[in-house]
Design a protein around this ligand. Structure first.
Ligand code: FES
Length: 198
């Protein structure tokens, strides 16, 4: 069976007919705009929103990402319309994957692009409307229990240039005791490399 058929019908529909694509950036008077990703590896995402009375009235996006990033952000842009900002801030890649009828495990990292770009757009709106106090730092999750290394530490190491597991270990010391964190750390390394470059 072809690998393509692991995608659900809903996901295929959002890929074939993506909703809310930003066609004309100048014409869309955005109240908030967020961009994440790295053009070099093809995964770049921009999300723009219009806000009224603390509710997302419109949400559009554009990407050079893969099928999963396109379908996830198409679904995300539908889901958050009409949502209060605080609620939209909490929508996770998992919520979107469920709505799409599941995403192949190795594709879930693609869907974080839309999610991060949306939060960046909301943060941008908070800045533009003098509500900086509402910007939330994402809570850090401990990945390596032995060395107390979090996902934020891994993100920082990748931003600093770590690209291999060995470089990540050198920077953070994760995985140097029991080694049980290796798989999770490698997943995050892969995900952040997509976001921050080759
Ligand atoms: S959990 Fe990372 S070395 Fe033990």
């Amino acid at each position: 069976m072809s690998q393509d058929w692991v995608y659900s019908d809903i996901l295929k529909e959002h890929f074939m007919n993506p909703k809310n694509i930003l066609e004309d950036e100048a014409a869309f008077k955005a109240d908030g705009k967020g961009s994440v990703g790295n053009i070099k590896c093809g995964d770049q995402m921009m999300v723009v929103i219009k806000v009224e009375n603390d509710v997302i009235k419109d949400c559009k996006w554009k990407t050079y990402g893969c099928a999963s990033a396109i379908a996830s952000t198409s679904m995300l842009s539908e889901v958050v319309k009409g949502m209060k900002l605080d609620e939209a801030y909490k929508v996770s890649p998992k919520d979107i994957a469920v709505k799409l009828g599941g995403l192949p495990e190795n594709k879930v990292h693609c869907s974080v692009l839309g999610d991060k770009a949306l939060r960046a757009a909301i943060d941008d709106y908070f800045k533009r409307s003098s509500q900086e106090h509402r910007i939330q730092e994402e809570a850090a999750i401990i990945i390596c229990q032995c060395m107390n290394v979090t996902d934020k530490d891994i993100e920082a190491a990748v931003k600093d240039g770590a690209r291999s597991y060995e470089e990540l270990q050198y920077e953070t010391k994760l995985g140097t005791v029991c080694g049980q964190c290796k798989d999770k750390a490698e997943d995050l390394l892969h995900q952040y490399t997509h976001l921050y470059g080759e």
